[in-house]
Design a binder for this molecule. Structure first.
Ligand code: SAM
Ligand code: SF4
Length: 473
């Protein structure tokens, strides 16, 4: 363990007193204050935790609509109508921790435990590649026999699976338990994209109550995981809180404090933030009856307020949420979402995949990737994207954020998104999705402001049609 590991183990930079104070001051915010905060938010420089609390504590329905409108405008201005798609791939559900809300909890004796062999992992990746996925999130339980070396090996295996027909996975993100700096260095060496680690709850007392055993009981070790990842060279790191465990406003402020600390220490905040809502999980009473359930309206406000507070941070939505509601959430700020997800090891090659005795939690949106794409294209006008250009050209961490702030996302990400969408349409789409997608690409080209860029994009789209792959700016 390096010195940094041991220093980090005891550091708690979440100032609970400051969070409570901000929440107290934010009760019943005057309409003028809410509008002042929204005007500041629209400048796309973010807002303070107190200001975020004031927006969340507002109870005037008309002003809530103004909050959603501001978030929509920021989302549209920075990200346009693009939505990045990925799939989670569960590599192991073996776990020694006792998280009261999770089906993989070591106390759950009814869960069938499984760790994919390299061959099984390859097969999962092949199935996902054949569906058209290019970006995966690998998910792992925490078990001492499955350390950083082993995790790194699974990443190598995934990158290694390529086929003539379906190409390759171009970005592997990771959601695994906290490692030490040396462990993150290994993950960096094998080329992971983003490292995700959710704090679950930023309220330390609650944290201790819901983590009944295992390494995960150590709040500070987890809190400093993303700092250690940065030290190990992984500069795209991702935060999250599990909504349902504690007061949701407290959790949003915890996320913002965490983001601010990363920004202060490394000059760059989190690449993405996730905000899973607790879902039913086998043998977890807590997952069926969350102590702080978050209703849809407040949840949508949380997404909108995060979009206003950290405008350049990607916001990730999973299939925990139901199909219709996901669309509303995309409009107010979500920039990435999973699709066609299955939440246990071996699920993608399993013909009887709806199996509560092995999965982590129940998914709310069980549509296939193709169905999700057709719906986002035809019903909502979003451009699906599998773009991985930034990561592959070294535009990560601070460098990415600098570019993002200069309007780069609109200039590069939309054309890159369209190129990956074209590949999807050529290689994987059903006839109905292909037709709808080609019409969308034509419309997008039509509204391209710059003639030179439009012509260049048209040439590349044609090259893809002729059989070339993996073109990007
Ligand atoms: N074991 C690693 C860890 O705990 O960090 C990573 C994998 S864990 C399966 C990934 C995330 O799933 C957790 O961080 C938690 O937020 C989320 N999760 C656990 N139980 C859940 C539930 N019942 N509903 C929704 N999300 C849940
Ligand atoms: Fe294990 Fe992670 Fe589930 Fe906790 S949340 S039981 S650590 S898989």
């Amino acid at each position: 363990m390096s010195t940094l590991d041991s220093v980090n183990e005891s550091r708690n930079f979440i100032d609970e007193a400051a969070i409570w104070d901000a929440m107290k001051r934010a009760v019943n915010p005057a309409p003028a204050l809410v509008r002042e905060i929204l005007a500041k938010g629209l400048e796309r420089k973010g807002i303070t935790p107190f200001e975020a609390a004031a927006l969340l504590k507002n109870t005037d329905p008309g002003l809530d609509e103004e909050i959603f409108a501001a978030a929509r405008s920021i989302k549209q201005g920075i990200y346009g109508n693009r939505i990045v798609l990925f799939a989670p791939l569960y590599v192991t559900n073996e776990c020694k921790n006792r998280c009261a809300y999770c089906g993989f909890n070591a106390d759950n004796k009814d869960l069938e435990r499984r760790t994919l062999t390299p061959e099984e992992l390859r097969r999962e990746v092949e199935v996902l590649e054949d569906l058209g996925h290019k970006r995966l999130l690998l998910v792992y339980g925490e078990h001492p026999k499955l350390g950083a070396q082993w995790i790194a090996e699974t990443v190598r295996t995934v990158y290694d699976v390529t086929s003539e027909k379906s190409g390759e996975i171009r970005r592997v993100n990771i959601n695994c338990a906290p490692l030490d700096v040396a462990g993150y260095r290994l993950l960096h060496e094998v080329g992971i994209g983003t490292y995700q680690c959710f704090q679950e709850t930023y309220h330390k007392e609650t944290y201790r109550k819901v983590h009944l055993g295992g390494i995960k009981r150590n709040f500070e070790w987890r809190l400093n995981a993303l700092h250690r990842a940065q030290e190990g060279g992984v500069d795209d790191v991702a935060l999250g809180a599990l909504f349902g465990l504690f007061d949701p406003v407290f959790e949003v402020l915890g996320l913002l404090h965490h983001a601010a600390q990363l920004e202060k220490d490394y000059g760059v905040g989190p690449h993405t933030i996730s905000f899973p809502r607790m879902e039913p999980a086998l043998n977890s009473d807590m997952a069926y009856n969350p102590p702080f359930p978050v209703q849809d309206h407040l949840f949508k406000k949380i997404v909108a307020v995060l979009r206003i507070a950290v405008p350049y941070t990607g916001l990730i939505l999973t299939t925990r949420e139901k199909a219709d509601f996901r669309t509303e959430l995309i409009e107010v700020g979500v920039s990435q979402m999973s699709a066609g997800s299955r939440t246990y090891p071996g699920a993608y090659q399993d013909p009887n995949y709806d199996r509560p005795e092995v999965q982590q939690f129940c998914v709310g949106d069980s549509r296939s990737l193709d169905e999700v794409i057709r719906s986002v294209v035809t019903e909502h006008g979003f451009v699906p994207s599998w773009c991985t250009a930034c990561y592959r050209l070294g535009r990560t961490g601070e460098h990415f954020m600098e570019l993002a702030k200069k309007g780069f996302i609109q200039q590069f990400c939309l054309p890159n998104g369209l190129l990956t969408f074209k590949e999807y349409l050529e290689d994987y789409a059903s006839p109905g999705t292909r037709e709808a997608g080609e019409a969308m690409i034509a419309r997008e080209l039509e509204s391209f402001p710059d003639a030179g860029r439009k012509a260049s994009l048209q040439r590349r789209l044609e090259r893809i049609h002729q059989g070339e792959r993996d073109l990007y700016y």
